[in-house]
Write a protein that binds this ligand. Sequence first.
Ligand SMILES: [Zn+2]
Length: 356
Amino acid sequence: MRKVWFVIFCLFAFVFASNSAASLRAFEAGGRSFKLETTAIGSAEFVSLFDLSKAIGGTLTCDEWTRCLEMRASGKSFRFMPSSRAVLIDNDDCLYLPNAVTEIKGDALVSTAFITSILPDYLKSSGGAKSGGTSGKKLVVIDAGHGGHDTGAQGGGRNEKDITLDVAKRVRDLLTGMGYRVIMTRTSDVFLELPDRSDIANKNGADIFVSIHVNDAANTAACGTETYYLSKVQVDNDYHARRLESSSYGYELRRRWKALTAKMKSVLRQQHYQTTQQKSKLLAEKIQRRLASAAGGDNRGVKGKNLSVLRNSYCPCCLVEIGFISNWSDRKKLNSSAHKQAVANAIAQGIKDYLK
Ligand SMILES: [Zn+2]
């Protein structure tokens, strides 16, 4: 196997050496200093995964059928797929490289950003997994549902998009006061596609993602709060999910998924469902417990649903419905600043309960 890789590498090195695009660069990771041949492709710089594995005393294995590459070093597992920016670490964290792993003549090239910005965090010590980005503070991404031309539900002259933004800003301020880092998917009345919302969480390595919404029902007696976590139970028969998939962001989702190979999709999906779903459910429970007592109305509980905005987030995530715009009493409450503050406080406290 190593021999094959070596031959492939030599062939590859020869091709690139003859293109004069390769040069030697010094790196440091996991207490080792080493030099690797780098290859410039466009404005990006790459190194061979095989070279890198050797340099840090690790191993590289390749599943030739699925083309999934696994590098093991310092007791950590890093999984890569050609044409994907995703790196799956210990089957738990999914981080993104600035450039996709590129496969040239059987060799896999990874962005040097992997060595400079991801590897050091994991090779520092065997127990030192990263969390919450570089500052050490947990990172929460808060998503104010809808925005721009997408008003969300409407009732009594009010738009869901305005209520969600108001509450989201309050949650942000409360969480910041508690010492968390917070990124909002939007801070003004703008439209964002659903995949872009979860991408913000994915790209920033968020610890959790919470989407805030206001409910709507034909039955105007329906009132109170509920919190959703991602469940694939409804994948095949959920009308709402099907409608989402056939819309414009459904197209965008399919385009992005197409760029990944089948194995990576299944690895990511499996990872998401198995690891994240349980955490997401716990997060939803923590928030709903606080929210139900603060918001009043019916406690409609925690529910699993196959929602697009949750499906594409690789960290624990949930969607909070803070009341019904279609219900007179809920709507009246959501007009009150004091009530919105209480709701925001419940969400922030629930997040804190989870992150503890
Ligand atoms: Zn909504």
